[in-house]
Design a protein around this ligand. Sequence first.
Ligand code: C2O
Ligand code: CU
Ligand code: CU
Length: 546
Amino acid sequence: MQTCQHSAKPRSLVWFKYMDEKTRFQRRQLLKFAGLNAALAVSPDCVFAKSRLKTRKPSTGFRPDVEIKLTLKPDQVTIFKGAKTRIWTISGELIKGPVTALENHSTSYLGPTFRLHKGQKVRIILSNRLPSASILHWHGMHVPSEMDGNPRDAIDTGETYVYEFEIRNRAGTYWYHAHTHDYTGIQVYKGLAGLMLVSDDEEQALQLPKTEHDIPLMIQDRTFNTNNQLSYVTHMMQRMRGFLGNQILINGDPDYTLPVEARAYRLRLLNGSNSRIYKLGWNNELPITVIGTDGGLLEQPVTLPYLMLAPGQRREIWVDFSRFKTGTELTMRNLDFQIGMQHRMMGGMRPGHRGGMMGRGMTGHNKSQLGNSFPVFKVQVTKRATTHDDLPLRLSHIDALSIKNASNSGSPRTITLSMRHMSALLNGRSYTMNDIQPDERIPVNTLQYFELDNDSTGMMSMPHPMHFHGEPFQIVKRQINPGLHHAFQTVREGFIDSGWHDTVLIMPGEKITLLKPFNDYKGLFMYHCHNLEHEDLGMMRDFQID
Ligand code: C2O
Ligand code: CU
Ligand code: CU
C-alpha cells in the first residue's frame, strides 16, 4: 500500500448547514470528499485508497488467443489550445492476437479500444504506474469473480494484475473503467475508461454497417479550469447529486463532428459520464432507430422519438443519412426533461449554483443542471454514397426469461434505493468490503427475480442508474408512483425495456421488476448505482454467489 501524504483538510465546513445531523459517518464522507479535492489539487496526484492488495500472476494452463499489456499512468493530452491537460490514462500494447484487437488513441485521454470475438481467450496484464491504487473492471462482461475487477483486487503503484477470461458475451458494446474503492468517480473522470467491442458470428452475418461505418461514441462531461485542467466536485451538494460538467466530450474530443457518407451507419452510444443522464434527440426530429442495448442486438429494431441514456448504458442506433444532401449538418441534442427530484435538504438551493460554470465552458448552455437542452455532437454529410442499405428487420433471437423459472418466483428480492444525509444507500446499507448479508447470498446457476424500488419519500430522491456485474438481465416491468407521473412523462418514451441490459435507469418513485441469471461463476459480484459519485458515497454492495 502506498503511503502518500496529502493535506486532506476541507477548505470550508459550510456544507454542515445543509445537514440536520452530524454523525461520525457524515464526517467520514466529508473528509473523503475533501480528499478528492486535494487529489486534483496536489501534484503528483495522490489518492489514498484502502483496498486489499494483491498481484495476480499468469496461470500456466491458460492459452490466450489475445494477449494485451495495459499500463495505468499519469499523462498529458491536448484537449484545447494552450496548456495540455493532465490526465490519467491507459496505454495498451498488443502482445498476441489480431492487430485489430487493440487500438490506442494517441490524441485522446480514452483508453485503447478492444475488438474481441466471442469464444476468444483473453489475457490482460495490467500494471499500475499511477501514484494511487487502482483496478479495472470489464463492464458488462460475464467473467469469473476474480477477473471482474472488484475493488478488493485493487493493485498498488508498481503492482501487476493478470486477468484471464474467455469471451462468453454476445456481440455488443461493452466498456471498462477504474473501480477503485472510494475513488471510482475521480479515476474515471481523470480518464481511466475505454471501449470493449465484442463481435460474434451471428452479428457478423447480418448486413449491418461495418468498419468505418460502425462508430463508437463515448459521451462524457467534464469541467475544465481556465488553465485547461480538469476540476471535479467543488461542493458536497454536487457530490450528492452527482458531478455534472459544463463541457461535453465525445471520445475525448470537446468539439466533435462526425463526417459521414450519405448512407447507413451503426452508431454505438455509450454514456461514460460520471452522473449525467442524457435525453438524446436529433435537432430535425428524425426518430431514433435503436438496434442494440447494453447486452447486444435487440430482436427487432425499435424506433423512438428520443433516447434516454444513463451513466454506464449503451444504445446502438442505426441511422440512414442517404436521405440528406451533401453538406447537411445534423445535431444530436440533449433535450429538456424533468427528473421529479426532491431536494428538500437543499432548502431551495438551485443545483449547481456554485462551481461548475466558472472557467472554460459553454456560455449560453447551462449544463450545470440535469435535464437542460444543449448540443451533444454533430454529424456532417460530406460525401455521396452509392450503397443502398436496408435495416435487417430481424436482428437476433432472444429467449424471454420468465418469473416462473426464477428460483425465488414467489417473492422478489427487493432492493430499495435511497439517499440519506451524506450517503446513498441500497436497502439502507452502505458499501463495506467483505460484508455479505443473508439477502445478498445467491445460489449459482439460478435465475433471480428482483424488484428495485427508488424510494421517493426521503429527504432527497434522485434517478439512479442501477448496474449489476456479471450476466445481463431482462426488464419485466416498470411502475411509477402516480405523484411523480408528471416528470416521468418527460422521459418515458426514451426507455427500451426489450433486450439484454446491465444498467437500468430508475426514476424517482419508480419500481422496476427484472430477471437476472447468475450462471457459471461463484464468488463476489457487485451491484451498484452507476452515478459514480453515488457509488463512491456507498451506493454499492456485493452479492456472494455460491
Ligand atoms: Cu461500470 Cu461496477 O461498473
Ligand atoms: Cu460493471
Ligand atoms: Cu444513484
